[in-house]
Ligand binder design. Structure first.
Ligand SMILES: [Cu+2]
Length: 158
């Protein structure tokens, strides 16, 4: 009697373990709130934005108005440049106003080497800029990622 219930319990436990393993492998970034350790997988329909020293490169430079998800990636290959800064990057989506000023709509910060974070926004038609606004103190000098070239224009169409 005792032996049989032990076997049943073990079988049930094995089933649960298998379910958990399947759920994790399917979602990637789930374990740490969307900041996948190894880059994470891009959500369906998202625009991948490569953040490197010193460039911002979206997989497409425009999107139709509505909900847009940016999958911001700081690729492992960027480690070659680590000595000049760029330990972490960030992604800010800013709308460009007619008077030349920018209005920040959303940001994700602290994207370390090999990591990614997602940013979902509801965008209306217009001109935008994708920016990395990280500013680092490198000894005596201040390194602004934006000034180094980390920005790209982005268009939202009607
Ligand atoms: Cu940066």
């Amino acid at each position: 009697m005792l032996g049989r219930s032990t076997v049943l319990a073990a079988t049930a436990l094995a089933g649960v373990t298998l379910l958990v393993a399947t759920a994790c492998s399917g979602t990637g970034g789930m374990m740490n709130g969307g900041g996948g350790m190894m880059g994470g997988s891009a959500p369906a329909g998202s625009i991948t934005v490569q953040l490197r020293d010193w460039s911002v490169s979206p997989s497409q430079s425009s999107a139709p108005a509505g909900t847009v998800t940016f999958h911001a990636v700081h690729p492992m290959m960027d480690m070659m440049n680590a000595s000049q800064g760029g330990k972490t990057h960030a992604l800010t989506v800013a709308r460009k106003n007619d008077d030349g000023t920018y209005e920040v709509l959303g940001s994700v910060w602290d994207i370390g080497l090999g990591q990614s974070k997602d940013l979902t926004l509801d965008l209306s038609p217009g001109n935008y800029e994708l920016q990395c606004n990280v500013v680092e103190e490198m000894g005596a000098k201040t390194v602004s990622h934006y000034t180094q070239g980390m920005h790209a224009s982005f268009t939202v169409t009607a």
